[in-house]
Design a protein around this ligand. Structure first.
Ligand SMILES: Nc1ncnc2c1ncn2[C@@H]1O[C@H](COP(=O)(O)OP(=O)(O)OP(=O)(O)O)[C@@H](O)[C@H]1O
Length: 575
């Protein structure tokens, strides 16, 4: 957005100040606010606006150059001054005219005055000595490029020994020219024959070339292949650094990405190396990434266990119950809990890329299920409690089921749904429970129906679960928004949890105690293994150091998810 000249510099400042004020309510953190303040109120932007205003003024006057060669004039003036009487003024003027920045200024003036904007192309190299039939098969390609890479990789053809264009990166200089194609045979670069050179010698010639670069190529056979951009988007489920990948054909052509990044796959022509762009990246040049097939093979070689063990989901006693009974984390109660292991998944699952598409919730659709997970004691229950308190009309939790006796002050359907052992066991067999467990001879569980009940009330259902339960809810019906609550560093845990208490339960008795060093270490190591095993399912990671800050971040993230367009797995689009 640029001001028009009539608004004046004062007007622009006012506009920027009001913009800042108007955006304040949309900013999540004070960091955002101070960044925007620095940028909008900073000197650099204001000076740029002044320059722009000044240019606008001159543009309106339609200035025309008086001279189109100030360099020539300066040269002639210098010559004449040399012959005149030597005065301090002439010496100063001569000095001034010989300064490189004055000369460059004059050069720039002349280029603009003469409208010499096109690059000067070198003369075409002579055609090789060949008979007329062969002539057709030689192509001279002249590319004009800046310092960006050529955007192509080369290889030596093993049988013929020729240098071949192995891959043209989508969106790169070679691709944009439309003149260089995979399979083309490279003969010369800027007049330097390359056939007798090895690849290590040619690569620097290509890398260094800048401005007008001339290639002599023999077109390959697949020149006519159309290479349309595809609209395949995936979420990367692992981190990738091409510089650390010894197998990539060209490290500089690789695309670095982090788990969670959305990538547009622009070419899957090659089985092992795909070409992709990071979504939202201003750079249109595609980079190489390992194909799904290649990465799967690599993971399996590194972790052979994925070949033999399908992921299992333990329907353990926890989830919605954990705040009520807190049995899941306590070592001293582990014997009391008989964990039920249910298998809900089968087959090999190696997280590589997840096909995704953009989704925005229709007002008549239920809200996405919010799953909160994290190591025991990290603060999941506390964050959930704060969310509920902050807007009880909007957020809601499920009511667990139990077979224990109802106590006097309890109401059916409020604290628990009280059911008979027979009904509970039948529901287990009917796979109605997301998680369930047994404690002191009674069953407790969270049913999928109770989640549905909250969702049909047009409320946001908050569910805290163990990470292994996420997969059972990872469906188009629930479209879960998975938040991982992560502990900060151990030092920050010691500081922030000095006064915090954890609940323990022994023989039905619930008591509190302060966190121990062992609790902190367990929290951190359990968070690491959760991230390692389930990190690909986490859409948001919140580090819970300062509780108030973590809550604000969570609240803002949930608000965004409800209103903004999000990338969700393709599979969720098909009901
Ligand atoms: N950032 C924080 N700073 C200080 N205390 C915290 C913070 N986050 C949580 N706590 C406190 O730590 C204790 C444990 O938190 P909470 O009960 O929410 O853990 P949890 O993740 O639900 O664990 P569990 O699954 O075992 O129930 C509570 O007393 C809570 O108030």
């Amino acid at each position: 957005m640029m001001p028009n000249s009539s608004s004046g510099p004062g007007g622009v400042c006012r506009l920027l100040a009001s913009l800042l004020y108007g955006l304040e309510s949309h900013m999540d953190t004070s960091e955002d606010s101070s960044f925007l303040q620095d940028m909008l109120m900073g000197n650099t932007l204001h000076l740029l606006i002044k320059v722009y205003d000044r240019l606008q003024k001159y543009r309106a006057q339609r200035p025309a150059p008086l001279l189109d060669s100030t360099q020539g004039l300066a040269h002639r003036l210098a010559e004449e001054l040399q012959d005149t009487v030597n005065s301090p003024e002439t010496t100063e003027l001569l000095n001034l005219l010989s300064k490189p920045h004055v000369q460059t200024l004059l050069l720039v003036h002349d280029v603009v005055a003469q409208k010499r904007f096109d690059p000067r192309l070198p003369p075409l190299p002579p055609l090789p000595d060949c008979n007329e039939e062969d002539e057709d098969s030689i192509k001279i390609v002249c590319l004009v490029k800046n310092q960006e890479p050529l955007g192509a990789t080369i290889k030596r053809d093993e049988s013929s020994g020729a240098i071949i264009v192995a891959r043209v990166m989508r969106g790169g200089a070679a691709d944009r020219s439309g003149l260089i194609h995979e399979g083309d045979m490279l003969k010369e670069v800027n007049g330097v024959p390359v056939e007798d050179k090895n690849l290590q010698e040619i690569i620097p010639i290509l890398a260094k070339s800048e401005g007008a670069v001339t290639f002599k190529v023999v077109p390959g056979t697949n020149e006519e292949l159309e290479t349309n951009d595809t609209q395949v988007f995936v979420r990367a489920l692992f981190d990738y650094d091409p510089q650390a990948d010894p197998a990539i054909p060209c490290r500089d052509a690789g695309l670095e990405f982090q788990r969670g990044d959305v990538l547009q796959i622009v070419s899957q022509d090659d089985d092992t190396w795909w070409q992709a762009r990071r979504h939202g990246d201003a750079n249109l040049r595609a980079g190489l990434i390992p194909s799904r097939q290649l990465q799967e093979r690599r993971v399996m070689l590194q972790r052979p266990e994925v070949l033999f063990h399908s992921p299992r989901v333990s329907r353990a006693f926890s989830a919605g119950l954990r705040s009520s009974f807190r049995l899941s984390r306590k070592k001293n109660t582990s014997q009391e809990v008989k964990q039920k292991i249910g298998e809900v998944h089968s087959g090999i699952h190696v997280p590589i890329y997840q096909d995704v598409l953009l989704y925005q919730r229709n007002p008549e659709e239920p809200y996405r299920l919010v799953l909160l997970t994290g190591p025991s004691g990290v603060g999941v229950t506390e964050l959930k409690r704060r969310l509920l308190l902050s807007d009880p009309e909007h957020f809601c939790v499920t009511v667990p089921y139990t077979t224990r006796e109802r106590r006097k002050q309890e109401k059916d359907g409020v604290e628990y749904h009280f059911v008979s052992k027979h009904t509970f066991e039948k529901d287990i067999l009917d796979h109605k429970f997301l998680e369930y467990g047994e404690h002191n001879g009674n069953y407790y569980g969270t049913s999928l129906d109770s989640v549905r009940r909250v969702l049909t009330e047009s409320k946001v259902c908050l569910l805290d679960v163990k990470p292994h339960s996420i997969t059972a809810l990872y469906t188009s019906e629930f479209k879960p928004y998975v938040v991982f609550v992560k502990p900060p560093s151990i030092e920050q845990l010691r500081q922030s949890r000095r006064k915090a208490k954890v609940l323990t339960s022994q023989n039905e008795q619930i008591s509190t105690r302060i966190f121990t060093e062992e609790d902190f270490q367990n929290m951190i190591s359990s968070a690491q293994s959760m991230e390692h095993n389930y990190g690909h399912l986490f859409e948001k990671v919140i580090i819970n150091e300062d509780l108030a800050a973590a809550f604000t971040e969570l609240r803002a993230a949930l608000a965004k998810t409800e209103t903004e367009t999000r990338w969700i797995p393709n599979a969720w689009a098909h009901v």
